[in-house]
Write a protein that binds this ligand. Structure first.
Ligand code: 5GP
Length: 191
């Protein structure tokens, strides 16, 4: 397996690379071009949830060539069980007003859809002119709530993936590719 010059200590926790940095970059640019065309002549606000979305947001912004604003929220789960039920608490709200604005909700990964459902519901109460979803990695195997996703990067199978901003216990976000975490890391922790 190509190691992309990554330190072996991190690489030994990775089962395989699902998408290379080049594959991700190409797809993100395609999404950015579509978004630029669709929102031409409008003002756009990109909204993301920290911290997993950081790589995607930066690359996507660079690929969009219309005027835009960007802002972030941060959520936290009350407990792992409550996260599974989509009960999240907003710990950092947006700083800009989205009322009357065209909002694009940018997400790194959607699994059950519960987190996104909760956040969209909250944002809609602020009466944006429109609100659409852009997700890079879509795992729909465990989807509990049907989500209208206008812009989608990749459909992926139900593995725990890390890299390109995505973490396992806050680690591995800095891997430049999307990789499948080894099953024994999920069971026994990081080597
Ligand atoms: P959902 O509410 O859609 O089930 O969960 C969404 C959140 O779960 C994502 O924003 C992400 O934080 C986390 N998540 C779900 N699947 C994965 C995965 O395969 N890898 C990582 N790193 N996080 C995931």
């Amino acid at each position: 397996m190509e190691d992309y010059g990554i330190n072996p200590q991190m690489m030994q926790n990775i089962e395989r690379v699902m998408f290379t940095p080049q594959q991700i970059q190409t797809r993100v640019e395609e999404l950015g071009n579509r978004i630029s065309r669709d929102y031409a002549g409008k003002s756009l606000v990109l909204v993301g949830v920290l911290r997993g979305v950081i790589f995607f947001m930066v690359d996507l912004m660079r690929s969009i060539d219309i005027p835009l604003e960007v802002d972030f929220m941060s959520v936290s789960s009350y407990s792992p069980e409550s996260r599974d039920m989509g009960l999240v608490r907003m710990v950092k709200d947006l700083e800009i007003s989205i009322t009357g604005q065209h909002v694009l909700f940018v997400e790194d990964i959607i699994d059950t859809g519960l987190t996104l459902h909760y956040l969209l519901r909250t944002l809609k109460t602020r009466q944006p002119a429109s609100i659409e979803v852009c997700v890079l990695f879509n795992k729909d195997k465990r989807r509990l709530i049907d989500m209208p996703i206008k812009y989608k990067g990749f459909d992926i199978p139900d593995y725990y993936v890390v890299g390109y901003g995505l973490d396992y216990r806050e680690k591995f976000r800095n891997l430049p590719f999307l990789g499948i975490l080894k099953a024994d890391v999920l069971q026994n922790g990081i080597d």
